[in-house]
Design a protein around this ligand. Structure first.
Ligand SMILES: *Cc1c(COP(=O)(O)O)cnc(C)c1O
Length: 395
């Protein structure tokens, strides 16, 4: 019998030998998850305040998602999108109803959802008669994914420079800078693409004036307002969608992360004329919206909507942010609902993250100053108190 330490070092050795080094992983091997907890090979319990980076919105292995997958898997996992399955239109109906959108396109990830959105608005603009209507205005420090189109929209030099030349036509303005937005959007703009709360770069919520200005400028120039709700969507911010905080309805919206309750699925939603842009042959995704993925998502979205978890995210999130701001050495606590960042006065986010892991609390650092906290939407005040106690020890 191998000891647990041997098993762990074997996994890490195998990984470093055979897996491309796209991640600087933490030194832990997880083998099981249940609710808000993960367990390593040793049986050690970890309270999970990363939740798969906002993927495990219902926690790990939610019984309703698990049973939806177990019921669907033996019947039909995949068939080509050349044919109908019952689950895909049912999920499209549910998502359009809760989002005020009209139609859905399914794929497997956030980046793919944004690719679909980018292609959709580019095609729509062809009808305008203006051959220069190709520009997509995004925000600095945004994050929209790693594929070439999505990374071209992701205005962060560290993600773009190694892969230049980028897809042309993207222009980035400082986030929340209304004047820059007004100066950049014009008749050559086919879309404005924004996150309601910038997630990956450190949890920066939009200001109301900024999203309102984006909406008005899109209306004025017949451009689409695309909101990337891959992270903010489906309850994370304490409302079903981030845009609900701002009273601004997008024309196109992208979802992924928590949509499948831990199973991969992405979605691009659109309304009005934008919902009618794609025709057969324009865009496709082999795995997109498979009966298995849609069954998982139907169960997950139903539970998020009817289990009271959006309200829970709002209530527990407010409590959490409030308590975090009383911790020592904190410059700022940002966020909405359970999408939270803590900025320290000193560069200690990395060491706090490592120490917390040792003490059985999973948190995520962004650079040296910022801690990102995105626990499951199902987290309780009691577990938040437990996390706060560990964080206090780590500080
Ligand atoms: C995570 C994220 C993405 C990328 O999603 P992937 O599934 O990793 O492709 C895109 N946009 C936002 C806002 C995200 O948080």
């Amino acid at each position: 019998m191998k000891t647990v330490e041997q098993q762990v070092s074997n996994v890490i050795e195998l990984d470093s030998k055979y897996v491309m080094r796209t991640y600087a992983r933490m030194p832990v091997v997880f083998v099981r998850g249940e609710g808000c907890f993960l367990y390593d090979a040793d049986g050690k319990e970890y309270l999970d305040f990363v939740a798969g980076i906002a993927v495990n919105g219902l926690g790990h292995c939610h019984p309703k998602v698990v049973s939806a997958i177990c019921e669907q898997a033996p019947r039909l996992m995949h068939t080509s999108n050349l044919y109908y399955t019952p689950q895909q239109p049912k999920l499209a109906e549910l998502l359009t109803q809760i989002s005020s959108m009209d139609k859905a396109f399914f794929c497997n990830s956030g980046a793919e959802a944004n690719e679909a959105a980018i292609k959709l608005v580019r095609k729509a603009a062809k009808k305008s008669g203006n051959p220069n209507k190709i520009e997509i205005v995004t925000a600095q420090q945004s994050f929209h994914g790693r594929t070439m189109g999505a990374v071209s929209a992701t205005a962060q030099p560290k993600y773009q420079e190694p892969f230049e030349p980028l897809v042309p036509g993207f222009k980035a303005v400082p986030y929340n800078d209304v004047e820059s937005l007004q100066a950049t959007v014009n008749e050559n703009t086919c879309a404005v693409l924004l996150e309601p709360v910038q997630g990956e770069s450190g949890v920066h919520p939009a200001r109301r004036e900024f999203l309102t200005a984006a909406r008005e400028l899109c209306d004025k120039y017949d451009a689409a307002l695309i909101l990337d709700e891959v992270q903010t969507g489906l309850g994370r911010t304490g409302k079903m969608f981030g845009f609900e905080h701002y009273g601004v309805l997008p024309d196109v919206m992208t979802l992924a992360k928590t949509l499948g309750g831990g199973f991969p699925i992405g979605c691009c939603l659109a309304r009005g004329k934008w919902a009618e842009v794609f025709e057969p042959g324009d865009h496709a995704c082999t795995f997109g919206g498979s009966p298995l993925a849609c069954a998982a998502a139907l169960a997950a979205v139903d539970e998020i909507k009817n289990g009271g978890w959006v309200e829970n995210a709002e209530r527990v999130g407010a409590y959490f942010r409030n308590r975090l701001s009383t911790l020592p050495g904190i410059r700022e606590v940002r966020g909405l609902g359970l999408m939270i960042a803590v900025e320290f006065e000193e560069p200690k986010a990395k060491s706090v993250t490592a120490r917390a892991l040792e003490k059985g609390l999973i948190v995520n650092s962004i650079g040296e100053y910022v801690l990102r906290l995105v626990p499951p939407l199902t987290i309780s005040v009691e577990l938040v108190d437990r996390a706060l106690a560990v964080l206090c020890e780590c500080l």
